[in-house]
Design a binder for this molecule. Structure first.
Ligand code: HEC
Length: 246
């Protein structure tokens, strides 16, 4: 009940009034209200609770939007680099942990531990087999983020206009979920790589229950914060539309 109240408050009139046209976020500090007090992993460090009201600069790498999803879905799984497992002391679930445990070297970005292991630079290659290596685009994003000072910049380019499967939902799940729900060793046996696989999890109610962190479902993603409000709205809009393959 508390959570529903918080969620409703946080989204202001957006949900209640059914105005899904755009992410009309007010300049109010709402981030902490979305943290679920029942989930120990669900913490957002203070410095990330900034307003996402700046437009995104295509030349900048943004931690929450660009870097964290890669780490959450490829590195921060249970048994690896989530808070509880912290293999080798490395935790990759929040900005503060990445900065303090990722071996980031802003003055020599390519020799940062977090980047070295991806490139197989002498140390054990990550993610370990049989998981797929990161794509070159993902590696480039991480390197560029360090080159730009490994900052915690935020911006907002999320829109709830014209939500489609191909243009909105699939890229979102690819970015945030498929690292754990791909064909290799999928979490809970659940694959989210194509439309039919995703539709199965929508139809049985698990996808929404998991991302919205409802009682009785496993919280997804399992480490790091809840998905941003705007992404949740996009998923909800698409499901309410009948989850079309558009
Ligand atoms: C770090 C790895 C990881 C990430 C990232 C991840 N999942 Fe999962 N997911 C799992 C694991 C592991 C399970 C099985 C959970 C269990 O049984 O404890 C699971 C279970 C689920 C379930 C079943 C939930 C239930 O209550 O039965 C759904 C649905 C799901 N994930 C969807 C998603 C979606 C959508 C995303 C992206 C927003 C996501 N997952 C991100 C690892 C992950």
């Amino acid at each position: 009940m508390k959570k529903i109240l918080f969620f409703g408050l946080a989204l202001g009139g957006i949900i209640l009034a059914g105005q899904f046209q755009s992410c009309q976020r007010e300049p109010v500090d709402i981030g902490d209200l979305l943290v679920d007090p029942n989930n120990p992993n669900d913490t957002i460090p203070n410095d990330t609770i900034q307003q996402n009201l700046h437009p995104c600069d295509p030349d900048s790498v943004y931690f929450e939007k660009d870097v964290l999803p890669i780490l959450i879905s490829n590195c921060a799984m249970s048994g690896c680099h989530d808070q509880a497992s912290h293999k080798e002391g490395v935790i990759l679930t929040t900005y503060d942990y990445v900065k303090s445990t990722g071996g980031i070297k802003v003055n020599s970005p390519a020799s940062s531990k977090i980047y070295q292991v991806l490139s197989g630079g002498g140390e054990e290659a990550m993610p370990p087999s049989p998981r797929s290596p990161l794509t070159s685009a993902q590696k480039a994003t991480l390197l560029k983020w360090i080159q730009q000072g490994a900052k915690n910049l935020t911006c907002d380019d999320c829109s709830t206009d014209n939500v489609t499967f191909a243009g909105t939902i699939q890229p979102l799940l690819n970015n945030r979920c498929v690292g754990c729900h791909g064909n290799v060793d999928p979490g809970g046996g659940i694959k989210l790589q194509n439309y039919n696989q995703i539709l199965t999890q929508v139809s049985n109610g698990k996808l929404w229950g998991a991302v919205n962190r409802e009682a009785g479902f496993k919280y997804m993603p399992p480490s790091g914060p809840k998905l941003p409000d705007c992404n949740l709205e996009q998923i909800q809009i698409w499901i309410n539309d009948g989850a079309p393959n558009n």
